[in-house]
Design a protein around this ligand. Structure first.
Ligand code: IMP
Ligand code: MG
Length: 188
């Protein structure tokens, strides 16, 4: 069955807005790492499956820095719309990251529970640095001041459940080329 357009209440960020923003992020990331990496060193761009896959594949094509990519799969959400707070590693790194500069590419920063757990975990592996680029960051007001702060954010968005461009609800909608607000009718 095809996606019902009525499931999407509102288009929040269009396909072309996303691609323009990722070009800018790519330039900023290149500039930041140009002094940090030696000639024979790769930046490790670490994608968090499955949500970051679409963002990651577009982002790396805007980078001129030498990179290696790796993926982790973490679970904190199940198929609902609220963070469970429990992080499970479903797939760990493949590369040896000791002494490496890591850039985590994430789809969305919500409570920050997943990423703060991951940053702590990576630091125990003696990496040279860990930074985060998150395509989206939800505005949660003052309640979540302690969550991790990404060095780069694509878009600050309101605290609504969004899908598309890699983001899912119960595994669906990742293939929408834009980011939209999911109609509450779909999950209520
Ligand atoms: P956090 O641990 O609460 O920051 O949750 C982050 C993860 O939850 C993201 O990587 C997404 O997979 C998922 N998530 C959080 N908010 C949304 C949303 O609005 N739509 C789809 N997935 C979301
Ligand atoms: Mg995710």
């Amino acid at each position: 069955m095809k996606i019902n357009q009525a499931d999407i209440e509102e288009t929040l960020i269009t396909k072309s807005e996303i691609s323009e923003r990722i070009k800018v992020l790519g330039n900023e990331i290149d500039a930041y790492y140009s002094d940090l990496l030696h000639a024979d060193e790769n930046l490790i761009v670490l994608g968090i499956l499955n949500g970051s896959a679409v963002f990651m594949s577009d982002l790396i094509r805007e980078l001129q820095t030498h990179i290696a990519i790796d993926w982790m799969s973490l679970s904190s959400y199940g198929s609902g719309t609220k963070s469970s707070g429990v992080v499970r590693v479903l797939k760990d790194l493949t590369l040896d990251v000791k002494g490496k500069h890591i850039l985590i590419a994430e789809d969305i920063l919500d409570s920050g529970l997943t990423l703060s757990w991951l940053v702590k975990n990576l630091k125990t592996r003696d990496v040279a640095s860990v930074e985060i680029v998150s395509l989206l960051k939800k505005d949660l007001g003052k309640a979540h001041d302690k969550r991790v702060s990404p060095k780069w954010v694509g878009f600050d968005i309101p605290n609504k459940f969004v899908v598309g461009y890699g983001l899912d609800y119960a595994d669906r909608y990742r293939n929408l080329p834009y980011i939209g607000v999911l109609s509450p009718k779909v999950y209520e």
